[in-house]
Design a protein around this ligand. Sequence first.
Ligand SMILES: Nc1ncnc2c1ncn2[C@@H]1O[C@H](COP(=O)(O)OP(=O)(O)OP(=O)(O)O)[C@@H](O)[C@H]1O
Length: 563
Amino acid sequence: MSTANSAAAPAVRAEGIVKRFGPTVALNGVGITVAAGDSHALVGRNGAGKSTLVSVLTGLHTPDAGSVFFQGEPAPAPGDTAAWQTKVACVYQKSMVVPELTVAENLFLNRFDSGRIRWPKLRTRARDLLAEYGVDVDPAARAGDLSVEQGQFVEIARALSFGARFIILDEPTAQLDAGGIERLFTKLRELQQQGVAFLFISHHLQEVYDLCTTVTVYRDARHVLTAPVAELGKAELVEAMTGEAAGQEATAWHAKGGALKAAAPTEGAPKGREAAFDMRLAPREREQPSTDRKVRRKQQGAGRTESSDPLLTVEGLALDNDFDPIDFTVRPGEVLGLAGATASGSTALGETLVGLRKPSAGRTSVAGRTVKPGSVPHALGAGIGYVPEDRHRQGLVLGRSVAENATLTVADQLGPYGTVLPSRTKAFAQRMITSLDIKTSGPGQPVSDLSGGNQQKVVIARALARDPRVLVAIRPTAGVDVKSKDALLGVVRSVADRGDAAVIVSDELDDLRVCDRVIALFHGRVIAEFGSGWTDRDLVSAMEGLPASGRAEGGDKGAESDE
Ligand SMILES: Nc1ncnc2c1ncn2[C@@H]1O[C@H](COP(=O)(O)OP(=O)(O)OP(=O)(O)O)[C@@H](O)[C@H]1O
């Protein structure tokens, strides 16, 4: 929306940007122009070069070639942080404010006048500043106590107060619920009216259509196209991102219902999708051949109704202040979805299953064996595999290589008598790189050098290497591009299809589509349960805590109907 500002110089113009990291060419002569007051989306597959461009546009990286202009003026000199702050700011999915400081202190961080700081004056200035941009946050609040949404608003206000008229939003909605996204978008639209321009980076293509007027696509470090969003269909957009014509490859964007489910394995057919997704380092000897037989029969078409003993049993599990007592089972061959926003208790429930949190009541067992509560090693030992939500805090050792990270949980299986055979580690990592299409220069590359989505693939590979009986994945496709999403969800599905079980904790409909059953939580309580055949509207309504409106067939047991 470039209303009154259409005649103004572009908020940013970058031309011929080249950025190399050793042998990797992260940006290969790309450009981008964001008009004043525009909301411009930058999309591309994992590793396309988006984050690298953000680093160049914010002065964190100096390009090897090319130039950047803000409002027609050359970008500040490298290292002149104060000057860059007056031009551009980047708001990430997790606010970068300093949690120990108050909002007022964060707002004026690094720009106190020399001499004594006058706190009352500072708070007043902070209040005025927040009011100017319509941000309803107490300046005396500790930044660490703010919600993600409030933290982002504070960061936007801080950027604008430096004079910046160009803000980059890098996956800003990843941690927000539907209400938070709507409020963020409303604020962005208001600011656009005042001439502020946005570069919006997201793997959620619907958000691009909801918010942006222009879209630029990068693929493999190159610029592919820039077009008005209204003139580019979703299929064309995905085609530009993947370089494949629609229909050539099912994408998560198009996939509906069972389309994402990997085909059931047939005996004597090792090739194809499941073979590619078999990421186990050393597949375990099956202890329960009878169960396996049942599962195989089921997979061969005997239908999903046939019963077998549950692999995961959860009885009266509760965590004070997070979720009420809950009971459920997951059978071999089944993927269960636990749907709900982070605050619904679904994430806490997932973290309790894997031993990260100690429940206040109840019991979990895997294949009939009770799992010691609150112990990750015990949960792993019992056969639970874990894909964490926060891959940086819980998932990866950033300084270590792709190969080392992928095999961290299976070091005991990499060589005799506690030794680790580099050849075995490398061979396993290479298999994983190929199967999951990880964009990397090789198994020896540090994971810190991978793009965010490719790091997530390493986390998933690592969980699978242990050959878990029950895979618990929390928002497994966060930050993952449309095509890789399909592959990763196929991997989760294949865990069940080989006779084990999986639990996906998510509020992403694409994640939940691979599930055979979905339990929706709201405010720590089960609000509904769906078999197959739910509609987007039904599930979204349940996750928002809205009353059932004749929700999907297949076992809806809305809270209201209990009465
Ligand atoms: N510090 C670095 N050292 C080496 N290679 C890097 C570094 N940073 C990025 N790369 C490489 O540059 C390429 C582009 O990465 P970038 O993070 O810009 O991708 P992206 O489009 O942001 O991906 P994602 O959607 O997964 O976040 C990737 O191949 C990545 O491995």
